[in-house]
Design a binder for this molecule. Structure first.
Ligand code: RI2
Length: 320
């Protein structure tokens, strides 16, 4: 798929989920690098940076996207000539896709230890990483049930209940606002993440923080499943994660909205769950308390302060 087509699909959420967005962007960059007809290294770099900017401009919240783009674009900085840069990018892309899929599997193995026979788990939205924990536990023969939310307005909950049902897991489907009503029946909550800040706060699908609040009140453990590339390096520089606000038409049909001139529809699609409501973040490098987010950024993501600045410039070239 071309970079433009991929960008459009990510924008329209035909490709969605923080991990899938990152892999799709990397695949598009790899295909673009293979076909890019450039005279020299600088023309190649320019073409690839234009393609990256297009992908980075699609959705602002999931940090997996800029982290993945940064990783595959890194060889371009180090290369001395065009073919070296092209091959370096293709190699980095192959490596990213492989390790991203491997991370989901490893998270599943670690997270599954936290699900036992007879338990009831709740999940919100449709997260590959959170589902990996649940599906791995089911494959291990554990006997448990899952509550899954509807997830207004995108209805990602439908994807989740299909996956759970296909795996033979007894599943309960509830509207988002029923979470607190059922919390007394829940032993553990598993959600994914679009971004994890250096202070351990987790940005995830809108409603996650309400689920966390209800879990906290009921003393129900709240577990986040997140690959290391969901951690947001630039939060160490004090930058905030931007919360995407999508069109009100996703909530209220435009014809209805037109009849209600004094009504403003708000559609933030993510919210922030404070570290205080999170018991554990399961990464492919192991499970950590949210207070250790900084270690993941520095040790496993391995970004230097210089790199933060460089990527910041690439990502925001249009505005600079
Ligand atoms: P994985 C999704 O965002 C959800 O917020 C989900 O929890 C998160 O990405 C992580 O997904 P959206 O694209 O990477 O539905 O774990 O807005 O699949």
């Amino acid at each position: 798929m071309s970079v433009r087509e991929t960008a459009e699909k990510i924008k329209r959420m035909e490709i969605r989920g923080a991990g899938r967005i990152a892999r799709a962007a990397v695949e598009a960059l790899r295909a673009h690098a293979r076909g890019l007809d450039a005279r020299d290294l600088s023309e190649f770099r320019k073409g690839m940076e234009e393609a990256s900017s297009l992908l980075l401009a699609t959705r602002p919240t999931a940090v997996s996207l800029p982290n993945a783009v940064h990783l595959v674009m890194m060889p371009l900085e180090e290369a001395d000539e065009l073919e070296e840069a092209r091959e370096g990018l293709i190699r980095a892309a192959d490596q990213f896709i492989r390790s991203s899929k491997g991370a989901v599997e490893r998270i599943g193995e670690i997270g599954a230890h936290h699900i036992s026979d007879g338990e009831t788990v709740l999940t919100h939205c449709n997260s590959e990483a959170a589902l990996s924990c649940i599906l791995t536990a089911a494959r291990q023969g554990k006997d448990f049930e899952v509550f899954a939310t509807e997830v207004r307005p995108g209805n990602q909950g439908l994807l989740t209940i299909r996956a759970l049902s296909d795996a033979g897991i007894p599943t309960h489907f509830i509207v988002d606002s029923a979470v607190r009503h059922f919390m007394h029946r829940i032993d553990r909550v598993f959600v994914g993440a679009d971004a994890v800040a250096v202070n351990g706060a987790v940005v995830n699908k809108i409603g996650t923080s309400q689920v966390a609040l209800a879990a906290h009140e009921a003393r129900t453990p709240f577990i986040v499943a997140a690959e290391t590339y969901k951690f947001a390096p630039r939060t160490t520089l004090g930058e905030l994660v931007e919360i995407e606000e999508r069109g009100g038409g996703e909530i209220l049909p435009p014809a209805e909205a037109a009849r209600l001139p004094r009504v403003t529809v708000h559609n933030p699609v993510f919210d922030v769950t404070p570290a205080a409501y999170i018991d554990l973040i399961v990464t492919e490098e192991g499970a950590i308390p949210p207070s250790l987010a900084y270690i993941i950024i520095r040790e496993f993501l391995g970004w230097s302060i210089e790199e933060f600045h460089k990527t910041f410039q690439i990502a925001h070239r249009d505005q600079v």
